[in-house]
Design a protein around this ligand. Structure first.
Ligand code: NA7
Length: 530
């Protein structure tokens, strides 16, 4: 083959999404020589790949951005309560231009193998295109939801129509007037179905677990709204950093079952009308995710809404979940309403499962043949460690990340693994379960401090102890114990992918406590590390 190109840098940032952009900014401004790479053709990460119709962040626009550029915060335009994918991508490109970060970035470049050279104290990273990068620090910004999950259904490859995963959307596929089937009704499925329903000939949702969803409240912001935000931005961020979920919604400790049934109904109705899934889950009462009775009260309210909205009782029944409200909360711009359209139908896989995919479409266990022109997989991601396990990462003494995570993925303070010196993870395992751009910033601030601390030492090496990592993992287990999320099969605990072992993949202590912890850790001189 050809002779590999060799590049020597202080820090290699892998991924150019929200995390990669801020890492590149932060570390280059700290004086390090930084190279950022991404498999994609440009910046954006999640928002580069997920271009399906209706893709939108369901964090309100004023918080779905970086906090560290005040001038940009108050001047960069946005006009709806929530930002759609094309606007987010444009925003991220704008930040990269504005801070001249593109010169650090290389696209269409995939990290294939990373091996720690203990003698030289560098990561030797082999990339596509015969590129080898020697980096003293390796910062993985691979994304927590980046490896698409495909269902394991017999006959998939025999399908003769268009087959699309939402995370690899293909804009050249024409769906107008077509009969379109969709598998998956999580955040993604709900968004794409709501957007496609009026555009396609027929839309059929093959639904395994129905989900609770509330109105998002999407729409143009009223006059004066932005001015008020701009005037209060400093305080807004302070409040967000002091909150548990960082979604900008009020967080209460009020217990649902201490309210009367009428008070409960009123409180649920109020947050339903205000919109936003996180608001519904966290603002009316503080114990929906930990108390079964409280949770069931919310379920009952939401099932009542589905009955009110959906006219056809067969469809309404199919859309009503019977399990707890214990997955990542969803919100929508008229999802249940689309089932009142004649061209939208639902197959309840609880009644009859998918048997196989044939060239014509989907055959269900009841013998029905559902003919389709196109089939959409909104089947989610091999989350968190899935982004890592597809790459060969080998630390000290030849230990692979596969081996290290045999019993489930762990990372000290969500950022470091023992046996992997000078390697950091952003939005990897055991980070705060909260608004991601804010989580990402918090983790990177901590990583930057670790790196600067290490740079002051003679060896310029930093590694977390096995004990500290284990203690963090135990803390995460403890904090997750009371979470009802544990009872639901979803990516949050890693039970959505066939064959994968569920484990505690998040820190449920809240973003505020995570940030306090990072501050204590750095003030104390990074006792978890050597
Ligand atoms: P999710 O939330 O993991 O949803 C995936 C959906 O796909 C969910 O409805 C699954 O049903 C369904 N699914 C997956 N495999 C199958 C098979 N084999 N048969 C039938 N249905 C299946 O992914 P999203 O992309 O919507 O959202 C991921 C995150 O991205 C989201 O939380 C946001 O933070 C952004 P199930 O419920 O498992 O029965």
């Amino acid at each position: 083959g050809s002779i590999p190109k060799l590049l020597n840098v202080d820090a290699l940032v892998v991924g150019a999404g929200v995390a990669g952009i801020y890492s590149t900014y932060r570390l280059s401004r700290a004086g390090l020589n930084v190279q950022c790479i991404d498999t994609a053709g440009d910046v954006g990460g999640t928002w580069y790949w997920n271009t399906y119709p209706g893709a939108m962040s369901d964090t309100e626009s004023y918080l779905y951005r970086f906090s560290w550029d005040k001038e940009d915060l108050v001047s960069y335009p946005w006009s709806n309560h929530y930002v759609y994918q094309p606007e987010i991508l444009e925003y991220l490109r704008h930040v990269v231009e504005r801070h001249d970060l593109r010169k650090h970035m290389r696209f269409n470049t995939e990290m294939q193998k990373a091996i720690w050279d203990d003698e030289k104290s560098v990561w030797v990273v082999s990339c596509s295109g015969d590129l080898v990068i020697h980096a003293r620090y390796l910062i993985n910004c691979l994304g927590l939801l980046s490896k698409p999950n495909y269902p394991n259904i017999p006959g998939i490859s025999s399908f003769s129509g268009d087959l699309i995963h939402t995370a690899k959307w293909d804009r050249t596929v024409e769906l107008q007037g077509k009969t379109v089937g969709i598998i998956g009704n999580g955040s993604t499925g709900v968004q794409v179905m709501t957007a496609l329903a009026p555009k396609v000939g027929r839309l059929v949702s093959f639904q395994r677990h129905p989900q609770y969803s509330v109105p998002s409240g999407q729409g143009p912001i009223p006059n004066g709204y932005r001015d008020k935000i701009n005037q209060n931005y400093d305080q807004i961020w302070k409040d967000v950093w002091a909150s548990s979920t960082a979604f900008g919604v009020p967080e209460t400790t009020r217990k649902a079952m201490e309210a009367t049934p009428e008070e409960r109904q009123r409180a649920f109705q109020e947050v339903w009308e205000q919109g936003n899934g996180f608001r519904f889950m966290f603002s009316a009462f503080g114990d929906l995710t930990t108390n079964i009775e409280a949770n069931e009260a919310a379920c009952e309210f939401l099932r009542g809404k589905i009955d009110e909205i959906v006219k056809d009782p067969r469809k309404a029944n199919a859309l009503k979940p019977r399990d707890l409200y214990a997955r990542r909360p969803l919100c929508d711009t008229g999802y249940y309403q689309i089932f009142n359209r004649e061209n939208v139908d639902i197959v309840d896989l609880r009644e009859t499962s998918i048997e196989k995919i044939t060239p014509e479409g989907i055959v269900t266990a009841d013998g029905a043949v559902h003919r389709l022109d196109a089939l959409i997989f909104a089947t989610g991601f091999d989350a968190i460690e899935g982004s890592y396990l597809r790459i060969q990462i080998i630390g000290r003494e030849g230990k692979s990340i596969h081996k290290h995570w045999e019993a489930g993925p762990t990372a000290y303070g969500a950022v470091a693994c023992s046996g992997f010196p000078n390697m950091f993870l952003v939005s990897g395992p055991q980070g705060a379960f909260a608004n991601f751009p804010v989580v990402i910033e918090s983790e990177i601030n901590f990583i930057a401090e670790c790196i600067l601390h290490s740079e002051k030492s003679e060896s310029r090496r930093i590694e977390v102890s096995a004990k500290a990592e284990q203690q963090w993992s135990e803390l995460c287990d403890q904090l997750a114990e009371t979470s009802l999320f544990k009872t639901a099969a979803s990516w949050v605990f890693g039970s959505n992918v066939e064959g994968s072992k569920p484990s505690t993949k998040f820190y449920f202590g809240g973003l505020n406590r995570y940030r306090e912890w990072t501050q204590k850790e750095s003030t104390a001189g990074f006792p978890g590390f050597s």
